[in-house]
Design a protein around this ligand. Structure first.
Ligand code: BEZ
Ligand code: MG
Length: 568
């Protein structure tokens, strides 16, 4: 801190730090792997129910407990009142423990005693929690697996995240998705307005203007779980609303007038996963239709960037509207994935650009209809995709669950990292890269770097997380190594990992003798891969370290190799 900073600045920075700590502390993380057939233990149940209770569920008449308590005590739940938040949190935790010990009436009574919330208000929420707690104890997974293997009937149930939709319980049912024509649902579309606004506000705050074009990643499972929030976000950015036909199917869009929108229409390049393309065929058509409707509007080009880019491209390249308006891309029919993850994991690349090029090679197949109404059915359109990406200034993906985040799987970096990398080469400038959690109260938008830091602190470097993993022995060490490799994926594709992250990973898992001993006892293969990945991070220039640290790492790597040879 510089001397010039006065005490008000200092207080503001301390508060901001405290806010960040609270954010990490309150972040829901899985503290172990799920074991098929085993219900979650009691302590996890309290955390899980607290998270479920944090959201209003108007369809069930249940109010969010933090809101009820804050309102009743006259506290502002979403302000910076740190101790207030702790206080609310503690009361809710106690009320849920009471619910599990002594039932709904006792929990209502506790909340009335401690926070003056009337039982009439809290009862629907506690009844819901009680049903969920009971359903969490029932687990049909092993029974259903045996039934499936015998070719017998398995009761169907919706697929979602427990916080998004508690109706997924009990687990062990035959997961069904949703009707693609229902996407985006009314609630999802309303929620996605807030995210789209936050995204644009964040970009504007950092750049002083709106982005002309953004690239969005849309996944199938996420849009099932959120009932189409990702789709809704794309429609909001374009400035259109979904319209339902007489059979209540979303089959077209209506244009939101510019005066109502109050901002320019953003050009949106959409990369949809193979799963999305297969599950949401009518939605793919809807998104393509939305771009074309917006591109054909007679509006000033400084308020309609879709039209601006189409008109410019048609003039410069003497091409047709249909070609200049291609914005929905996926794999070739029957193909899935970007393969960027495999290339990174196998270290099969020399320079980073190769990763973005591979992304485009895999994903440059256009979907939608031409102006004669003919389906494109995955038309190879590399030139069109390259061209669309040259204009992109920001990339974005929504995270829809607390269970799977940026470093849990290699799919986030293969998609969001892959497209951001492709944009950087084509636009000749690194895009702003954003994520948001659809689960957070305020639909907070974070940069990629912020999200990597948050995930690292909440999971990889958090003893609660890694000790939870280590309880699973061999598999747990593999999970830790996966997290480190997935973090590395964010260096490779988007240079988004701070040096301190690798340093702390090394300090926690490699340079701590007793931890290294545990890892090599449980799973010497993954321990070795982890050390090798750290060496690769240094070798490729993502982690700057002293020679002595490098020597020590190399020596540990050699000793692990010797151990593995001894094992072999
Ligand atoms: C999807 O749901 O579309 C998806 C799932 C896993 C990896 C990539 C995409
Ligand atoms: Mg760096």
């Amino acid at each position: 801190m510089s001397k010039q900073e006065n005490s008000a600045d200092r207080d503001a920075r301390v508060l901001q730090l405290y806010e960040e700590l609270i954010e990490i502390e309150q972040r829901m993380i899985p503290t172990g792997l799920h074991i098929l057939g085993k219900p979650s233990p009691g302590s996890e149940k309290v955390d899980m129910l607290k998270m479920v209770a944090a959201f209003d569920r108007p369809e069930l008449g249940a109010r969010a407990l933090p809101d009820l308590v804050a309102k009743s005590l006259g506290l502002a739940e979403e302000t910076d009142g740190v101790t207030q938040r702790d206080q609310i949190d503690l009361i809710i935790k106690r009320s849920i423990e009471e619910l599990l010990d002594r039932g709904v009436d006792a929990a209502c009574a506790l909340l009335e005693r401690e926070a003056r919330v009337s039982p009439q208000e809290s009862q629907p929420t506690f009844l819901l929690m009680s049903n969920i707690a009971e359903a969490l104890n029932t687990n049909q997974e092993l029974e259903s697996l045996s039934r499936a293997l015998r070719g017998e009937f398995i009761e169907p149930g919706p697929g979602a995240d427990i916080v998004q939709n508690p109706q997924i319980l009990p687990t062990g049912r035959n997961t069904h998705a949703i009707n693609p024509y229902s996407v985006p649902s009314t609630v999802a579309f309303a929620r996605s307005e807030r995210v789209a606004d936050n995204l644009l506000a964040r970009y504007k705050q950092e750049n002083g203007r709106y982005p002309e074009a953004m690239a969005l990643v849309l996944w199938g499972l996420d849009n099932i779980k959120t009932q189409g929030e990702g789709v809704g976000q794309a429609l909001w950015l374009l400035g259109v609303r979904p319209v339902r036909d007489a059979l209540n199917r979303t089959t077209s869009v209506s244009v939101i007038p510019l005066a109502e929108l109050g901002r320019p229409r953003i050009d949106v390049v959409m990369t949809v996963s193979g799963i999305f393309r297969d599950l949401f065929s009518p939605t793919v058509q809807l998104l393509d239709q939305a771009v074309k409707v917006v591109g054909a509007l007679d509006e000033p080009i400084e308020l309609n960037f879709v039209r601006k880019h189409i008109v410019e491209q048609m003039a410069a390249e003497k091409c047709e509207f249909d070609f200049a308006a291609l914005r929905v891309f996926s794999n070739a029919p029957g193909n899935y994935g970007t393969n960027v993850n495999f290339m990174v994991m196998d270290s099969q690349w020399e320079n980073e650009e190769t990763l973005g090029d591979l992304f485009v090679t895999r994903k440059c197949f256009a979907y939608g209809r031409d102006s004669k109404g003919q389906s494109l059915e995955g038309l190879e359109a590399r030139v069109a995709m390259d061209r669309a990406l040259t204009r992109v200034e920001a990339t974005y993906q929504n995270i829809d669950t607390f269970e799977i985040g940026l470093t849990d799987v290699d799919h986030y970096f293969e998609y969001l990292g892959g497209i951001s990398n492709a944009v950087e080469k084509r636009a000749k400038s690194r895009p702003a890269i954003y994520l948001s959690d659809s689960l957070s109260h305020d639909s907070k938008v974070r940069t990629l770097e912020e999200t990597v830091r948050l995930e690292t602190r909440a999971k990889t470097l958090n003893p609660k997380w890694y000790e939870g993993m280590l309880k699973h022995g061999f598999r747990g060490v593999a999970e830790i190594e996966n997290h480190v490799s997935n973090t590395f994926g964010w260096s490779a594709t988007a240079d988004a990992v701070d040096d301190w992250i690798y340093s702390e990973v090394a300090n926690t898992f490699v340079f701590d003798d007793s931890m290294l001993e545990r890892l090599r006892d449980l799973n010497p293969h993954s321990a070795h891969s982890l050390v090798r990945r750290l060496l690769e991070a240094n070798g490729r220039g993502y982690w700057d370290i002293e020679q002595s640290v490098l020597d020590k790492l190399k020596q540990i790597s050699r000793s692990l190799e010797d151990q593995l040879e001894g094992v072999a």
